[in-house]
Design a protein around this ligand. Structure first.
Ligand SMILES: [Fe+2]
Ligand SMILES: [Fe+2]
Length: 335
């Protein structure tokens, strides 16, 4: 049976496997962290976050008992103290099916304050993949990274973790590994469609074949074309706003247009980024936030389901299983 720590390690492994930048870029990040650790003076070493030595996605962490065995996990896109109470109530109502772990997609605690700006570094290689020279990609990303890092310092981010600790539940957040999985999924789909993806309308049709986006549409929050018309040529497509922590720099649109990108696919876009994209004639297709995050989490959670773990979806997360557990006698006995 999997423990909290096993699930954490599996999330990292799958994140690396699906990292758009490739394994070498991930290894470089880890090697840098190891070198930094080696060179630290002894008195500073004790404050070094040891997870950095093996986890390239610091927005993915767990809090609480690492050895707790997990048979059932409650999952939401955001989890706060009310979801902790909900978990406790469910466990009171269904004592034979206890939830062992609370999982959020969006980062919590230090996974947010230290981890989010950290993983944004992957946007450098991502932008480079779409033709922006590394030096420009790096300078654009650093500016934005600084902004995000400052914006996440002043809040109160341990509420969920503190509430869960009082009631004895471990908490985990799985962010960039799941976003890597959805980015990989969309990349592969675009590749598979090839020349059949001619117009922005074709992108819409492609997304509407995916159950998570159909559900989002029913919930009044479906994908849409933010900039451009359905009959517009897509040109070269960039998937820039799916993984990499959070939205990128507004100045990247000028560069994307300059280096030949015609359409950007993203989860969501702020008005200032929209304005820039418009100015530079880039079509923007918004896949949707909850739907894309759900898709990424679903791809990850299928791997848990394969290993015998039950999933309880909540808080904006729509569960679609691409792995159906066969109804064997032993699985019936477990539930
Ligand atoms: Fe996400
Ligand atoms: Fe998100």
């Amino acid at each position: 049976m999997m423990t909290v720590e096993h699930i954490y390690k599996l999330a990292i492994k799958l994140g690396v496997q699906n990292d758009i930048r490739g394994r070498a870029a991930v290894e470089r990040t880890l090697a840098k962290a190891r070198k930094h650790h080696e060179e630290l003076p002894a008195k500073k070493k004790k404050h070094f976050d040891a997870d950095r030595l093996f986890n390239p996605y610091m927005d993915t962490r767990f809090f609480g008992d690492r050895n707790k065995r997990v048979r059932r996990v409650i999952v939401g896109i955001d989890m706060d103290s009310s979801e902790v109470m909900l978990t406790h109530e469910l466990n009171r109502m269904f004592p034979k099916k206890p939830i062992d772990l609370i999982m959020s997609h969006h980062p919590l605690g230090k996974a947010l304050t230290q981890g989010l700006s950290d993983v944004m570094r992957l946007q450098v290689e991502l932008l480079h993949l779409f033709g922006i020279p590394l030096n420009i990609a790096e300078s654009l990303t650093k500016k934005r990274l600084d902004e995000v890092s400052k914006n996440t310092q002043a809040g109160n981010y341990f509420g969920t973790i503190d509430a869960a600790a009082l009631l004895g539940y471990p908490v985990m957040c799985v962010h960039t590994p799941a976003d890597n999985m959805v980015a990989r999924f969309i990349f592969d789909l675009i590749k598979k469609k090839g020349k059949r993806l001619t117009t922005v309308g074709d992108i819409m049709d492609m997304f509407m074949e995916i159950p998570e986006y159909q559900i989002a549409m029913e919930r009044g929050n479906g994908p849409y074309i933010l900039i451009g018309d359905p009959e517009n040529y897509t040109g070269k497509i960039a998937v820039t706003e799916i993984t990499g922590g959070t939205e990128g720099s507004k100045d990247m649109y000028e560069k994307l247009a300059h280096f030949g990108i015609g359409t950007v696919i993203g989860m969501h876009l702020s008005p200032k980024n929209e304005e820039e994209a418009r100015k530079h004639h880039i079509n923007v297709f918004i896949a949707g936030h909850m739907s894309s995050d759900s898709l990424g989490m679903n791809l990850f959670l299928d791997e848990l389901e394969k290993r015998g773990i039950d999933i309880v979806p909540t808080s904006g997360f729509t569960r679609v299983s691409r792995f159906r557990k066969p109804k064997t006698k032993s699985s019936k006995r477990r539930s």
